[in-house]
Design a binder for this molecule. Structure first.
Ligand SMILES: [Zn+2]
Ligand SMILES: [Zn+2]
Length: 278
C-alpha cells in the first residue's frame, strides 16, 4: 500500500472509532451563567476541520515534550509535576522529559499585585516570550512550564490558569489555584486535565464545543471538575492522528496510568473505551 493510501485508511479507522466511543461522552449542554461558553462564542472543531487546518504536528526532528518546573515548589507540587509528565506521555504517546527546575525572577512590568487576592501574579506573555522561547530545545514538539505563581494574561483579566502559544510551541500553567477547596486526588486530576488541555492547544487543537470534553474551555474550577480527564471522540481522533497512535493501546496505557495513580473509576472507563474500539 502506498503511504498516501495507508494514511487514508488510518483516517477512516479513526473516523469509525468516533461513533464507537460517542456513548461515553455527554453532548455539551446549555452553558450556565458563569461557564466558558456563556461568554465565549466559539465554533468548535471537528476532526475533519482539524485536518483541514493544517495543524502543528510532531515531526521526526521535533518529537519530545519538555516539562519545566519554573519557580519554587513544595513536595506535593513537585510530585504533581512528575505524575503529570507521566500522563502527558501516555495521553500524547510521546517521550516526555522533565527539565531541571529554574527560578522565576520576574519584575515590574511583568508582575503585579492582584487587587482581589492581594497576591503576586506573573504575566503569561513574559514567561512565554522572554523565558521559554529562548530555551526551547531543538527537538521539542512542545515546552511546557509549571509555576506555583499565580498568572495573568493582561490587565483586563483577574487571572488565568495557563496559556499556550500555538505558533511557538511553548506553554505555561499555574498550580496556584488548582488546590482550592478540594482534596489531593482532585488537585491532581485538575492538574492532569489542564496540562493535557494546554498541550492540545500546542498541537493546534481548538476548544471543543460538541461534547463535555477535556478540550472544552473552562472559566472556573467547578467547570474543570465537571469535565472528563479524557478527550471526546472528535478530539481523540486528532490526538491519535497527530502521533500515529493506535487508539486501543493508547486507552490501555491510560487505564494503567489511572490504576497506578489511584483513579479506579477513570481506569475502568479507559478500559471500556479500549474494548469499544477493538
Ligand atoms: Zn484552552
Ligand atoms: Zn472534544
Amino acid at each position: 500500500m502506498t503511504a498516501a493510501r495507508e494514511a487514508k485508511k488510518e483516517r477512516a479507522e479513526l473516523r469509525n472509532n468516533i461513533k464507537k466511543i460517542e456513548p461515553f461522552f455527554a453532548v455539551m449542554g446549555k452553558p450556565g451563567n458563569s461557564d466558558w461558553l456563556a461568554s465565549h462564542n466559539e465554533p468548535g472543531q471537528t476532526f475533519a476541520e482539524y485536518l483541514e487546518a493544517d495543524p502543528v504536528k510532531p515531526t521526526a526532528e521535533r518529537n519530545k515534550i519538555y516539562v519545566l518546573p519554573l519557580g519554587t515548589f513544595n513536595a506535593k507540587q513537585q510530585k504533581m509535576i512528575a505524575v503529570t509528565a507521566g500522563y502527558l506521555a501516555a495521553f500524547y504517546d510521546m517521550s516526555v522529559q522533565e527539565l531541571p527546575q529554574r527560578p522565576l525572577t520576574a519584575t515590574w512590568p511583568n508582575v503585579r499585585q492582584n487587587k482581589f487576592a492581594k497576591s503576586r501574579q506573573v504575566k503569561t506573555g513574559h514567561i512565554l516570550n522572554d523565558i521559554l522561547k529562548p530555551i526551547l530545545p531543538a527537538d521539542a514538539a512542545a515546552l511546557i512550564a509549571f509555576t506555583s505563581d499565580d498568572l495573568y494574561p493582561d490587565e483586563s483579566m483577574n487571572y488565568v490558569f495557563g496559556q499556550a502559544s500555538l505558533e511557538n510551541r511553548v506553554g505555561v500553567w499555574s498550580l496556584s489555584r488548582l488546590d482550592d477547596n478540594t482534596d489531593e486526588q482532585n488537585f491532581l486530576l485538575r492538574t492532569l486535565k489542564i496540562a493535557a488541555h494546554e498541550t492540545g492547544h500546542m498541537f493546534s487543537m481548538r476548544h471543543c464545543t460538541k461534547y463535555e470534553c477535556l478540550m472544552s474551555g473552562t472559566n472556573h474550577l467547578a467547570e474543570t471538575d465537571r469535565r472528563p480527564v479524557d478527550a471526546c471522540p472528535e478530539c481523540t481522533a486528532k490526538i491519535c492522528w497527530l502521533t500515529d497512535t493506535d487508539q486501543k493501546s493508547r486507552y490501555e496505557r491510560l487505564a494503567t496510568f489511572m490504576k497506578q495513580n489511584n483513579f479506579p473509576k477513570e481506569a475502568a472507563s479507559f478500559l471500556k473505551k479500549a474494548d469499544a474500539v477493538k
